[in-house]
Design a protein around this ligand. Structure first.
Ligand SMILES: [Zn+2]
Length: 114
C-alpha cells in the first residue's frame, strides 16, 4: 500500500501546517505527481477519501492531482526528451547515458482553506 503511505504523509504535513496557522478546516489540497512516480491516481484518491474521514481538519477536503510530465536528459547531446515515449535511449543521438530530470516527484503544492 504505497499510496496509503503517501496519503498519511500528506495528511500529517497538512495537519502540522494547520496547527501552525490555527486552521479549523481545509477545503482542498493540491499535489504534484510525477508521471513516472509509480503512484496510481485512482488508488491515491480512494485512500484519500478513506483517510480524511478520520481527521477533523481534512474531513471535507478534496485532493487535486497535477501531473508533472517525465523528462530525461541525454549526457551526450544535452537535450531533454519525453521519458515515457522514448525510455532510456536518446531519440536525438541514440545515447544511452541518460537520466531522469523530472517526473519522479510527489510534492505537496497547495493547501486551500475555506
Ligand atoms: Zn542525445
Amino acid at each position: 500500500m504505497h499510496e496509503l503511505g503517501i496519503i498519511f504523509h500528506i495528511i500529517k504535513t497538512v495537519e502540522r501546517v494547520g496547527v501552525e496557522h490555527k486552521l479549523s478546516s481545509v477545503s482542498a489540497v493540491s499535489l504534484e505527481l510525477g508521471e513516472v512516480s509509480g503512484v496510481v491516481h485512482k488508488e491515491l484518491l480512494d485512500c484519500w477519501k478513506w483517510a480524511v474521514k478520520k481527521t477533523e481538519l481534512l474531513k471535507d477536503a478534496v485532493l487535486n492531482i497535477e501531473t508533472i510530465p517525465a523528462r530525461t536528459l541525454c549526457e551526450s547531446c544535452q537535450k531533454t526528451y519525453e521519458t515515457v515515449q522514448y525510455g532510456r535511449v536518446c531519440p536525438c543521438c541514440g545515447g544511452q547515458q541518460t537520466y531522469l530530470v523530472q517526473g519522479n516527484e510527489i510534492n505537496l503544492k497547495e493547501i486551500a482553506v475555506c
